[in-house]
Ligand binder design. Structure first.
Ligand SMILES: [Zn+2]
Length: 468
């Protein structure tokens, strides 16, 4: 029997039992990066939390469709491209590649699709047209705004107080003050020297918020199961997504909203001026151990603030080393081939361990408790190995139990036989993309594999891969 997964829903601030709208299939949207810089470790913490959610749902046997967007047109990307003297696609391609490299090193499983905003402008225009037909918009100076006074549900996610809102106020920028609810731009009139697209409202470009509404509903339907992001997405981004989507469809948009807490460094907010702003490269230059970074993220449940310190990272590295060395010792016993009557019952203990592990993960992805279940099990198996009561059969059962937990944790090196199967699946996905002439997607899969050290060679007999 599958035990239920309980998740803390920001909408209503309560634990919700996950009941997929389509039985057995979870549809998940995760707000992706704005590709204008190299993401910092706080962003990466959010992506790892979403990976843990993904892996746990897969481990529970759900079919999963995860969509993560890439915001490749907004104020920041346009400003960055201009400063760098590059075209927008040239500029964003660089950071897109850096993003996939970072999440690859942190062993984040790829989402089913990474749609780009610039590939979905027609969908955004269509959504704005629907909002216009339904009376939720007004136009001014070539831009289109969402009138939040026409959506009574505004504020239900964030709890923002609408009585503080002054009538007719609006914002043309994507970035604006928090705690301040204002009409927001759906479509921004073209400015000289900026990329723009044609639309019934004139030449222009989409606002940031409409990007996520259009792409999530295109790939997951008008009403889907889970939408995630970091806590600073709750307002205004996700509040605005709800307003746009529900005003357009007249249906509920998302069942469960999950938000990852911030990461602070030495107890302080990260900032470039304080010199405590880290990218993954900054961290790995000091300690080249991506698994330790991942483990550090797992050691604190996603809804609690995580304090990054070098000592905490050293502690996480020790944790990974303990898991790996215990695993290695058990592998040796498994390889010995000996079986003994009355040996330590690693299978039964493993079953109990996985039960505790799963219960912790079902409890709003409590990764620290899940890790807490792993170590006593490793210790017991190691003690049995020391006193000779662990036989090969027990060792194999223990390896299976630990591997099973690691399908969620992702801190052990990939099993030698698991890797090719996964790569073959990605190659198949790439072939399918090429067949439907989606070359952007095909190139993306190639780049994603390259970031993991896998090189593809296309030949007359198909695609072969090798390690770089
Ligand atoms: Zn978003």
């Amino acid at each position: 029997m599958v035990t239920p997964v309980r998740l803390h829903n920001t909408l209503g601030r309560r634990l919700s039992e996950l009941t997929p709208l389509e039985p057995g299939h979870v549809r998940l949207y995760t707000c992706g990066p704005t590709v204008y810089n190299v993401v910092h470790i706080g962003n990466l913490r959010t992506f790892v939390f979403e990976d843990i959610l993904r892996r746990h749902l897969l481990a529970k046997g759900y079919r999963l469709t995860q969509i993560m967007n890439l915001t490749d047109v907004d104020d920041k990307t346009i400003g960055g491209a201009r400063e760098a003297g590059l075209s927008l696609p040239e500029f964003t391609a660089k950071y897109e590649e850096a993003f996939f490299r970072d999440i690859g090193r942190l062993n984040v499983q790829p989402a089913e699709k990474y749609p780009k905003a610039t590939d979905h402008v027609p969908e955004m225009v269509a959504l704005i047209e629907t909002l216009r037909e339904r009376g939720h918009t007004y136009e001014s100076d070539g831009s289109v705004y969402f009138r939040i006074a026409t959506f009574p549900g505004y504020g239900k996610l964030s709890g923002i107080d609408l009585s503080q809102m002054r009538r007719g106020e609006r914002v043309a920028e994507d970035e604006y003050e928090k705690e301040d609810a204002k009409d927001f731009a759906l479509w921004k009139g073209a400015k000289p020297g900026e990329p723009s697209w044609p639309s019934p409202f004139g030449q222009g470009r989409p606002g940031w918020h409409i990007e996520c509404s259009a792409m999530s509903m295109k790939y997951l339907g008008r009403h889907f199961d889970i939408h995630t992001g970091a806590v600073d997405n709750i307002f205004p981004h996700h509040e605005n997504e709800i307003a746009q989507s529900e005003a357009a469809t007249g249906e509920p948009f998302v069942e469960v909203w999950l938000h990852g807490e911030h990461l602070v460094v030495d107890g302080e907010k990260m900032s470039k001026s304080k010199g405590n702003f880290y990218t993954l490269d900054d961290i790995l230059a000091q300690r080249d151990d991506p698994a330790a970074v991942r483990y550090l993220f797992l050691s604190v449940p996603y809804r609690r603030k995580l304090n990054f310190t070098w000592e905490a990272l050293a502690g996480a590295a020790a944790g990974v080393a303990r898991i790996r060395s215990a695993f290695g010792r058990i592998e040796e016993v498994a390889a010995s081939g000996a079986e003994k009557p009355g040996a330590f019952d690693a299978k039964e203990r493993g079953r109990k361990f996985l039960e505790d592990f799963t219960a912790a993960m079902d409890d709003d992805l409590n990764t620290s408790e899940a890790l807490g279940a792993l170590f006593p099990y490793l210790r017991e198996v190691n003690v049995a190995s020391d006193d000779g009561s662990l036989d090969a059969r027990g060792a194999r059962a223990a390896l299976e139990a630990i591997r099973s937990a690691d399908r969620v944790l992702g801190v052990l090196p990939a099993a030698p036989d698991a890797l090719p199967a996964e790569i073959e699946a990605r190659i198949e996905a790439r072939n399918a993309a090429r067949k439907r002439r989606d070359f952007a997607e095909a190139d993306r899969i190639r780049a994603e594999l390259a970031s993991r050290g896998i090189v593809l060679e296309d030949g007359p007999s198909g695609t072969r891969w090798k390690k770089a």
